[in-house]
Write a protein that binds this ligand. Structure first.
Ligand code: SF4
Length: 393
């Protein structure tokens, strides 16, 4: 019942607690509606599609009042407006995730999201600013802008007038400017972004505003051209490498992290080895390695040439070992340097937090969570580095 944090209506919460009636919001509700409505009544009183999440209170109250199962699943492919669900009631007031976009039309062959979430839907810039103001007032120091297909932000919004009689599209850079205009914000970070959607405007903002974290998460997904083609990813490894070179040239010192899927259907040992060689050449600061997992209803799931599970497991292990080595190489570059760290959590006398380029820093110094300190980096430690905090920024 995590969705319950989205509402403050006490009647709803107490009803849930008192009656233990189960409600369900299902990411796959629309794509699997027929199956979901067959769930036996005692296991689910309310079944909602993602588009109806914001009406969960209404649906649960109706189910309780009418003592019957309520199914609210509409056609997500017809949904064209962003649902403004505020998400600022988070337990640790350091870093807040602000969702500004939903949906995706890329149809990567392994991914169910375009079917489950429908087309791109962007939050209006004015609502982004209002939400960012609330977050900063609530004490959050860092805001992370997120979306299913963040780089497509604005594609569905009406163009704005430029003042010279022309019009232009609203872009992710506009959303960033809205957030950066909020007084008191200490840091802005971007969530996962498609490499093909980077813009000079975005680079300019990262360079010119020190609150904009020098970190981009750009999913590569595979380091082999035939696999990228089969994944429907629309770039080659050479093009991806060129894009990253451009990023590093535009914003020197920036960290680029990535995602890799191993064991995609049809991935041979040779293709996987190409992937290892490609990753070896890149300077990723961090890599998330996933074994390919079949998503019913996607083209990749229908393929007959699935990679056996033990082979996938072994490839994950090899790719992860390389990922760990690349992270360590990246972290080593900062030994002896001073970095700004926003501390987040404290446990057993050790506090940890993140630099703006997404290195986890641990310290035994007396620091306060939620504050930014300058820290001298001394050694490699766990998944990041260890340092001594000097002054509070
Ligand atoms: S992997 Fe990302 S870009 Fe591709 S279809 Fe899924 S959400 Fe869209």
């Amino acid at each position: 019942m995590k969705s319950a944090v989205l509402t403050s209506r006490p009647t709803f919460m107490s009803s849930i607690r008192a009656r233990s009636r189960v409600s369900a919001t299902a990411r796959a509700a629309r794509s699997s509606a027929a199956r979901i409505v067959r769930i036996p009544r005692p296991s689910s009183s309310v079944v909602l599609g993602t588009k109806e999440r914001s009406r969960i209170v209404e649906y649960v109250e109706q189910a309780m009042r009418e003592q019957r199962q309520i199914v609210g699943v509409s056609d997500i492919m017809q949904a064209h407006t962003f649902e403004d669900i505020p998400l600022y009631d988070m337990p640790e007031r350091t870093r807040a995730f602000l969702k500004i976009e939903d949906g995706c039309e890329n149809f990567c062959s392994y991914c169910i999201i375009p079917y489950a979430r429908g087309p791109v839907k962007s939050r209006q810039p004015i609502h982004i600013r209002e939400e960012a103001e609330k977050l900063v007032r609530a004490g959050f120091r860092e805001i992370v802008l997120t979306g299913i297909h963040l780089g497509a932000y604005g594609r569905d919004l009406a163009p704005i007038a430029c003042g010279d009689g022309t019009e232009r599209k609203i872009t992710l850079a506009d959303a960033c400017r809205e957030v950066l205009s909020v007084p008191g914000l200490r840091r802005l970070r971007l969530g996962s972004l498609e490499s093909l959607e980077l813009s000079p405007e975005l680079f300019e903002l990262i360079r010119s505003d020190e609150r904009f974290c020098a970190h981009l998460h750009l999913p590569l997904q595979a380091g082999s051209d035939p696999v990228l083609h089969d994944m429907n990813r629309h770039y080659t490894t050479a093009e991806f490498a060129q894009l990253i070179e451009g990023v590093e040239r535009e914003v020197p010192g920036i960290a680029v992290s990535t995602d890799i899927i191993v064991g995609f259907p049809g991935e041979t040992e040779e293709m996987f080895a190409d992937g290892l060689r490609f990753v070896e050449k890149m300077n990723f600061s961090r890599m998330h390695v996933f074994p390919y997992s079949r998503r019913t209803g996607t083209p990749a799931a229908k393929r007959k040439d699935q990679v056996p599970e033990p082979v996938k497991k072994e490839r994950v292990h090899r790719m992860q070992a390389l990922a760990d080595r690349k992270s360590e190489e990246f972290h080593r570059m900062f030994l002896g340097k001073k970095m700004r760290v926003l501390f987040e959590t404290k446990k057993d006398g050790v506090t940890d937090g993140l630099t703006d380029n997404y290195i986890r820093v641990y310290t035994g110094s007396a620091v306060t969570c939620g504050e930014i300190y300058e820290v001298e980096i001394e050694k490699l430690y766990k998944d990041g580095v260890w340092g001594t905090a000097a002054e509070k920024m």
